[in-house]
Every structure is written in structure tokens, then in C-alpha cells.
Design a protein around this ligand. Structure first.
Ligand code: ATP
Length: 355
């Protein structure tokens, strides 16, 4: 395993009586693409600003390469923060914007020229060096901001909602581009986002925060497949939920049907519990020996290109179940609103949480 660049040890931050960050402990590794994710107000920006040095922790410690930097000012940390607004100098060319940091350090002109050329190539801005920021597209401006932040070769690049200003299509392209760039420069990236899909696409590991607390820190795959609690399960991707009571075989739903699945450690029979299953794990017209089976009525259909999402009203759940099937299956089965359907999923695809 690669070693840690940043270690957060029980880091907390209060603003007056408000606890914005509450005892967060985690390690961010060398050369890692790390995402801080959570709903608005969960404390992710405050955490990022503490890593940058713009805020001081009220409690706990931040270690960078093993040294306590909790009280070191931003300009004395080998860390760079890229703002969402990009903060480019409007009167300066792309080349001058990128060169600025090295010029402030008083580097020799030849070195600056060589390093700017290298950054222009890395960020694919070669042909645009002479332009001013207002002659660039949103995606190009973002690449200039990245080049400007990376040219000083920080140990860690912090990015606050880096794709927030871009439209949906460009966001998708830049997610891949950002990941390529991180891989190429080999610098640790810590990205703040409220967009769970973006974190799933880009991050090597992600931390999910709520109300200032760390709920889970793991790879996107582990968080998606084994969410730590019902909040994470609902926040990352789509999930169907069914409330009930824990029994030996799973969860007894309110309509008395059994949802088969393994109980997590710490949950005793008789406890209130919630069973969950991902839409893509539900089969329509399942085989006879499937562990979980229910019938329902199709309430709505939503096309998503190749996929189709069915909203199916069933007895065990309070809300309509989401079921993802291919458009091809829907065509073959000629499924329409009002149709009665059978749903099924295996016990291994049920996740059970305490409430
Ligand atoms: P968003 O996605 O909306 O940007 P966030 O997860 O980044 O949210 P923060 O900006 O870290 O959340 O804010 C966490 C909490 O701390 C919020 O309740 C916010 O109002 C509060 N907060 C943040 N900065 C300050 C400040 N300087 N003074 C007082 N309260 C603050």
C-alpha cells in the first residue's frame, strides 16, 4: 500500500456554536484521487479549507508527510487550492496566467518557459497560449486554472467543486480528463463534490460526510456495494428501501412478507431495520427458486437511452420500487403502465441496516 500524504486525526471545526466538522479521522495516500462527498452543509468545503490552511481546526491534527501542519499558513504548505471560480487574471494571457506562480518564486526565465510549455502540453492548451481568459470556453478556462495550480508541483492539489461551472456533457468529458491529468502528473488530488456520480467516476477512494461526521471512507465500488448505513446507501446511487423488523432470515416488512438477506453485525432480531436493494439487481419475471419475490403494478416508465426505469408499486415497500431493465427487455415483454409484474432478487443482493 502506498504511504499517506495527509493524515487527519480527529479533526473538528466549530463556527461559534455550530459544529461544521466533527472528529474526522482519515488518511489520504500518495498519488491518490480522493473525493470528499456529501450533501450541502455536511462540512466538506470546511474540511478542504483546513487542508489548505485557510481555516484552523478547533480540535485534532492535520499531518502532511508526518509533520503537524494544523497551524501552518496556506503559503507555507506544499498544497494548492483550485477555486471553483478559477480566479484567472483577466488581463493576462494563458501563458502568463500559468507562469505567474513561478515568476513570483523568481525562477529563471528559461526554466519558466520550459515548465509552462510542458504544462500547456499536459493540459492540451498548446494552441491557446496567447489568448486571454475571456476568449476561452469554460472547459479551457478550467484547464488553465489546473495548469496554474499544477505548475508549482504541489504535494497535494485541492479542488473545490472543480466541474461545478460546466454543463452536464462537458462535465462528463472533464471527469475523464481530470483523472487522466492526475495520473499523468502523479500528484495527490483531493476533490470536493456534492455529485455522487462524479465521485464514483473519478475517485480512487471517497469519504462520505454528513453533519460534519465521516460515515464511510473506501473505494467507490466498496461504498456502492457495501454502504455503511442507510444514508450512504441512499446517497450513493439509487436504492429501494423497505422498513420492518429484523428476524433471523432478514427483515419482516410491514405487510408481513419476508425480505431475505444477511443481518449486519450489531443488529439483533426484533430491532427495527431497513432492507435495501439496488434497482439493477431486481429481476422482472424471476426464476422460481429466487429468495425474494413480490408482485406489483407498473406506475411509471422512464427511458434513459439503453436503460428503462420502471416504478413498481408493491405491498412490502412504502414507495414505488425502482427497477432498471434494458429497453430491449421492455420491448420484448411489451411492458406498459398498469401492468402487473413479478419482481425478484437474491438474498445476497439485499442489504440490511439499522434505523
Ligand atoms: P456546500 O455543498 O453547500 O458547499 P459543504 O458541505 O461544503 O456545503 P461547508 O461549507 O463546509 O459545507 O459548511 C458546513 C457548515 O458550516 C454549514 O452549516 C455552514 O453554514 C457552516 N459554515 C461554513 N463556513 C462558515 C463560516 N465561515 N462561519 C460560520 N459558519 C460557517
Amino acid at each position: 500500500m502506498t504511504r499517506a500524504v495527509l493524515d487527519l486525526d480527529a479533526v473538528g471545526k466549530n463556527f461559534g456554536r455550530l459544529t461544521a466538522v466533527d472528529g474526522v479521522t482519515l488518511s489520504i495516500r500518495e498519488n491518490e484521487f480522493f473525493a470528499l462527498l456529501g450533501p450541502s452543509g455536511c462540512g466538506k468545503t470546511t474540511l478542504l479549507r483546513m487542508l489548505a490552511g485557510f481555516e484552523t481546526p478547533t480540535r485534532g491534527k492535520i499531518l502532511l508527510d508526518g509533520a503537524d501542519v494544523s497551524r501552518v499558513p496556506p503559503n507555507r504548505r506544499p498544497v494548492n487550492l483550485m477555486f471553483q471560480s478559477y480566479a484567472l487574471f483577466p488581463h493576462m494571457s494563458v501563458r502568463s496566467n500559468i507562469a505567474y506562480g513561478l515568476e513570483m518564486e523568481g525562477r529563471p526565465a528559461a526554466e519558466i518557459r520550459a515548465r509552462v510549455d510542458e504544462m500547456l502540453a499536459t493540459t492540451q492548451l498548446d494552441g491557446l497560449a496567447g489568448r486571454k481568459p475571456d476568449q476561452l470556453s469554460g472547459g479551457q478556462k478550467q484547464r488553465v486554472a489546473l495548469a496554474r495550480a499544477l505548475i508549482k508541483r504541489p504535494r497535494v492539489l485541492l479542488l473545490d467543486e472543480p466541474l461545478g461551472a460546466l454543463d452536464k456533457k462537458l462535465r462528463g468529458e472533464m471527469q475523464i480528463e481530470l483523472k487522466r491529468l492526475q495520473h499523468e502528473v502523479g500528484i495527490t488530488f483531493v476533490v470536493v463534490t456534492h455529485d455522487q456520480e462524479e465521485a464514483l467516476v473519478m475517485a480512487d477512494r471517497m469519504a462520505v460526510l454528513k453533519d460534519g461526521r465521516l460515515l464511510q471512507c473506501d473505494t467507490p465500488h466498496a461504498v456502492y456495494e457495501h454502504p455503511a448505513d442507510a444514508f450512504v446507501a441512499g446517497f450513493i446511487g439509487l436504492m429501494n428501501f423497505c422498513r420492518g423488523v429484523a428476524v433471523v432470515e432478514g427483515v419482516r416488512a410491514r405487510d408481513a412478507s419476508l425480505i431475505a438477506g444477511a443481518l449486519p453485525g450489531g443488529l439483533a432480531t426484533g430491532d427495527e431495520a431497513i432492507a435495501a436493494v439496488r434497482p439493477e439487481r431486481i429481476m422482472l419475471f424471476p426464476p422460481a427458486d429466487i429468495a425474494n419475490r413480490t408482485t406489483g403494478t407498473v406506475e411509471a416508465l422512464a427511458y434513459h437511452g439503453l436503460d428503462l426505469q420502471l416504478h413498481v408499486r408493491t405491498a412490502p415497500a412504502d414507495k414505488a420500487f425502482l427497477v432498471r431493465i434494458t429497453a430491449d427487455t421492455a420491448d420484448k415483454r411489451a411492458i406498459g403502465i398498469g401492468d402487473a409484474v413479478e419482481l425478484g432478487w437474491s438474498a445476497a443482493d439485499t442489504r440490511i441496516f439499522r434505523i
